[in-house]
Write a protein that binds this ligand. Structure first.
Ligand code: GDD
Ligand code: MN
Length: 392
């Protein structure tokens, strides 16, 4: 297919006479399209076909799928396509989850001077790709945003509730992003490599709002342009974003505002810890007052329930990107209970030691709680949700 925008769109590489077919370009890609995937096997051939027909053979492009070891064999499907077309590439990550980190690692895997990030599910409008590249090539912009909120763009057939939630989230985002980007929640955008490289060391790398992270982390304001598109309906597969991503979103905002003072993950861990105290007292009251069990037994059951509660919530929220499942979940839970039991003993021991050393009783207790929590946080992040690449 001819390049849709004529000569302006022709890549300098494609004109080189080193190559008998423009498809087999000699150099690295000029444009890399980075697509994070989780359970998108049915969409892979469709999105590659769309990109092929839009970008054609006159441009030196590639597409990089970054798949988090999807059970539906997404990476296998992509690898199969890659065997027949070297422009298709695949990065498979094991034991990890997360849209933002997938995007970052996809960009790091390529040398292309221009990168466009988009979803695999055909909800983003591939016909915008040439226009986005042309805007990036002008060198006037660091980022080109596919936007639902500028004239000509739209939300498509989103339900009212999700539209409102998205608008609200966009408004809250202005707390950390000073640039007047209308659709900073967009997962469809292009970025110049030099701009990305400058922001990279400062990224929070949390959650799924990588564009927001880029804008909020950039040392100097990113020059941007928004181009309109209408969000399409998903046909194959399911959305991966559930209501729990809201928590990750709030953590990202917190990290951008206060992360230099206190780690967002520790705050998440502590908030959940406080909810665990409520669970502890509820179970204790039920066992002791309602079912008239011995105090020691009631305490033990309450403590174990609260620990299990904390473990489950931390696995869903604080460590969503490393969430455990299967046997790993059981192992992680056992380690968590061990760590927290030691933390409880240390908490009481330290409080007692301070109290005997003539400190105020409340201050002694508070010091015990703080030290116990830090212990629980550090140890459980190292041993329950450990980050070794070898873990599968
Ligand atoms: N590697 C990886 N890891 N990919 C993921 C993960 C993950 O944990 N979670 C989701 N993805 C991939 C999906 O397979 C899809 O290609 C893309 O990321 C977007 O996920 P969807 O589940 O389709 O998200 P959505 O349609 O609800 O949300 C979209 O709209 C938002 C607009 O407000 C996404 O484009 C968001 O990025 C966008 O912000
Ligand atoms: Mn989607």
């Amino acid at each position: 297919m001819a390049a849709p925008l004529g000569n302006a769109f022709m890549s300098p590489v494609a004109n080189s006479n080193l190559d008998e077919t423009p498809l087999l370009a000699q150099g690295g890609a000029e444009l890399s399209i980075v697509i994070p995937t989780f359970n998108e096997s049915a969409n892979i051939p469709l999105i590659v076909d769309e990109i092929r027909s839009i970008l054609g053979r006159d441009l030196n492009w590639e597409v990089v799928f970054v798949d988090d070891d999807s059970p539906d064999q997404t990476s296998g499907v992509a690898r199969q396509m890659a065997l027949f077309d070297r422009r298709v590439r695949i990065v498979r990550r094991v034991g990890r989850r997360g849209l933002s980190t997938a995007v970052v690692e996809g960009i790091l895997s390529t040398s292309a001077p221009y990168v466009i990030v988009m979803d695999a599910d055909l909800q983003h409008d591939t016909s915008l790709l040439p226009r986005m590249l042309i805007e990036l090539r002008t060198q006037h912009y660091d980022v080109v945003v596919g936007s639902r909120y500028v004239d000509g763009g739209g939300m498509g057939a989103w339900e009212e509730g999700r539209q409102n939630a998205s608008r609200l989230a966009t408004r809250i985002a202005s707390l950390v992003v000073r640039a007047p980007v209308k659709d900073v929640m967009s997962g469809f955008f292009g970025i110049r490599r030099d701009a990305f490289d400058r922001v990279l060391p400062r990224l929070s790398n949390m959650g799924f709002k990588i564009l927001l992270d880029l804008f909020a982390s950039s040392p100097e304001p990113l020059r941007f342009k928004e181009v309109p598109y209408t969000f399409k309906q998903r046909i194959h597969g399911d959305s991966k974003l559930d209501t729990l991503v809201l928590w990750e979103y709030l953590l990202l905002l917190f990290d951008k505002k206060f992360g230099h003072i206190i780690p967002a993950r520790f705050v998440s861990f502590s908030v959940i810890g406080v909810s665990g105290i409520a669970v502890h007292f509820a179970v204790l009251t039920a066992m002791f007052q309602v079912f008239h069990r011995g105090f020691a037994v009631a305490e033990a059951v309450a403590a174990l329930t609260a620990m299990t509660w904390n473990f489950a919530l931390n696995n869903m929220l604080t460590y969503r990107d490393r969430r455990l499942s299967g046997w790993g979940l059981l192992r992680g839970w056992a380690v968590f209970v061990g760590v927290c039991s030691f933390g409880a003993v240390a908490n009481v021991g330290i409080a007692n030691w301070l109290y005997e050393g003539k400190f105020n009783w409340a201050a002694s207790a508070l010091a015990g709680v703080v030290l116990g929590s830090v212990w629980n946080y550090v140890m459980s992040s190292m041993f329950s949700w450990r980050t070794t690449a070898a873990r599968t």
